[in-house]
Design a protein around this ligand. Structure first.
Ligand code: AR6
Length: 169
């Protein structure tokens, strides 16, 4: 499906209506892509996130993009991988679905996702890529608002995994 693409790059530099942040439940920043987004957006993003008083795993919240090229940031805490028997798959799908819903509600046409939960949160990459791609694909099929979703992968191994899943569609 050509409305869904995987590319390699730095999500803080991508020009889209909304980028998604792989946050934690405090929504107050951290390492990885979360740290990079907060650094690039500036302190306005931190101040905006304080107002949410956190966010449960799998849900999503939206802020402006501040100094980022993207107009909005959608923050979603993905699941921490335990053993796969603690609802991790469904929670990861929820992160993608709820982020896309929020993007639609805010009339975003182009969205970029990072590889949620596959860094510090240790979700197995192939399994995460399968869930991400099928969830986004199913959402796009029914969406009149979202034109394009890019999965922005930081490294070639992650990129290859998402590309394989997209080719299977
Ligand atoms: N652009 C795109 N992808 C990136 C970037 C970037 N600039 N930087 C890192 N990645 P992670 P998680 C990739 O650990 O597993 C934070 O501390 C990275 O290589 O950022 O959901 C939060 O505060 C990996 O492929 O997110 C949470 O506490 C992917 O982004 C926790 O980490 C996700 O890795 C969330 O862990």
């Amino acid at each position: 499906m050509n409305r869904l693409k995987a590319i390699q790059g730095d999500i803080t530099k991508v020009h889209v209506d909304a980028i998604v942040n792989a946050a934690n439940t405090t929504l107050l920043g951290g390492g990885g892509v979360d740290g990079a987004i907060h650094r690039a957006a500036g302190s306005g993003l931190y101040a905006a996130c304080l107002k949410f008083h956190g966010c449960p795993t799998g849900e999503a919240r939206i802020t402006h993009g501040f100094r980022l090229p993207a107009e909005y940031v959608i923050h979603t805490p993905g699941p921490i991988w335990r053993d796969g028997n603690h609802g991790e798959d469904e929670l990861l799908a929820n992160s993608y679905r709820n982020s896309l819903k929020l993007a639609e509600e805010n009339n975003c046409h182009t969205i970029a996702f990072p590889s949620i939960s596959t860094g510090v949160y240790a979700f197995p990459l192939e399994r995460a890529a399968h869930i991400a791609v099928t969830t986004i694909h199913n959402f796009l099929r029914d969406s009149q608002v979202i034109d394009e979703v890019k999965i922005v992968c930081f490294d070639p191994v992650t990129l290859a995994s998402y590309q394989r899943e997209i080719e299977k569609l």
